[in-house]
Design a protein around this ligand. Structure first.
Ligand code: 5GP
Ligand code: MN
Length: 327
């Protein structure tokens, strides 16, 4: 969908419902808030909904207290942000389709009536930073702050391989609009609650390495013992992905007796989005996830075996290319 059509759609609507995926990360929260605050500023009635609410890490963002866990009233227009498929939202619109999907995942299924998917964008917040003015909205300091927070967290502080000079320029523009990068950076990526750090400990204790593969798990019991309030990984995946000389890091986060959330992180050149897609998940080449039915042991076995197979295939393909070159 092109900008003037989105502009017309947003301008004519009175009541807008915005949402993103369950266990929302910084980009999900930032993009819902960024578009939500822009719509509120132009006098629209806006409901912002995230099934799992806003995690402690992002409670400081302007407008975070406006985010609810369910829609209270029917809207004219529903928009899903930073979400590649309907399942990930965690609830349905009772028979209605999403009118517009705005996302940057290459695995996006195009589940909206209209879809704006830019897989080159470093974050959904970067798409909004570029396009809100084209849709007739002004980016004030509050909106600049939530968008920069999303860009910082999705790019893990401009460290992911999809970070480009363009993403840095967008971030610089948001700073010029008043966003305080050092505070937002610290809140999004560095500062953690005692409970989160304690929760990491349980996972780090079980850390296992086999060749280029590293993995560990967080159980429901760990979550309880650490008194960690969220059902996410408290960002332990980012710590796993910082281990040197690793091809792929995998984290298993127990959600219930028969459901496990899996997060993959890969070094540049590998593509874990393909692996996640085999388990009905998705994401980006370097960072992907899936929610998988089964108990921890079953899921661990299946995922590790397919991840190992992928790495072996990758190695042997690489070897045949090199052999071809030397022949
Ligand atoms: P994380 O591992 O941090 O949850 O997610 C890494 C990336 O994979 C993010 O871009 C996220 O949106 C995507 N992702 C994580 N879990 C799922 C899932 O269950 N389904 C899909 N489609 N994408 C996921
Ligand atoms: Mn994102």
């Amino acid at each position: 969908m092109i900008d003037h059509q989105i502009r017309a759609l947003l301008q004519k609507t009175k009541k807008v419902g915005l949402t993103s995926h369950k266990r929302p990360d910084g980009d999900a929260i930032g993009s819902v808030l960024g578009l939500g605050l822009a719509l509120i500023d132009t006098g629209k009635e806006v409901q912002m909904v995230l099934r799992d609410g806003v995690s402690h890490t992002f409670k400081h963002l302007p407008g975070a207290d406006l985010i609810k866990r369910a829609f209270k009233e029917e809207c004219d227009l529903y928009i899903a942000l930073d979400c590649s498929d309907l399942d990930r939202i965690g609830f349905t619109l009772e028979g209605r389709n999403f009118d517009l999907v705005i996302d940057h995942h290459i695995t996006n299924e195009g589940f909206g009536i209209h879809n704006l998917v830019d897989a080159d964008a470093v974050a959904t917040c970067a798409i909004l930073a570029e396009r809100l003015p084209l849709w007739g909205f002004k980016i004030d300091t509050k909106i600049a702050s939530v968008l920069l927070s999303g860009i910082i967290s999705d790019s893990i502080g401009f460290r992911t391989s999809n970070t480009t000079s363009k993403s840095l320029r967008i971030a610089a523009d948001l700073m010029d609009l008043g966003a305080d990068i050092s505070t937002l950076y610290n809140k999004a990526l560095i500062s953690r609650s005692f409970e989160a750090a304690n929760y990491w400990g349980y996972g780090l204790e079980r850390l296992t390495r086999q060749n280029g593969l590293v993995w560990t798990m967080l159980t429901l019991e760990d979550r309880m013992k650490a008194q960690y309030p969220g059902s996410d990984d408290a960002d332990l995946t980012n710590i796993l992905s910082s281990i040197e000389e690793i091809d792929i890091a995998v984290l298993f986060i127990e959600q219930s007796q028969d459901k496990v959330k899996v997060s993959w992180r890969a070094r540049p050149g590998l593509n874990v989005a393909k692996l996640a897609a085999d388990f009905n998940g998705g994401g980006h080449p370097a960072a992907a996830g899936a929610e998988i039915q089964g108990n921890m042991e079953e899921v661990k076995q299946k995922v590790l075996s397919s991840t190992r197979q992928y790495l072996e295939r990758f190695e042997s393909d690489l070897q045949s290319i090199e052999e071809g070159r030397t022949e």
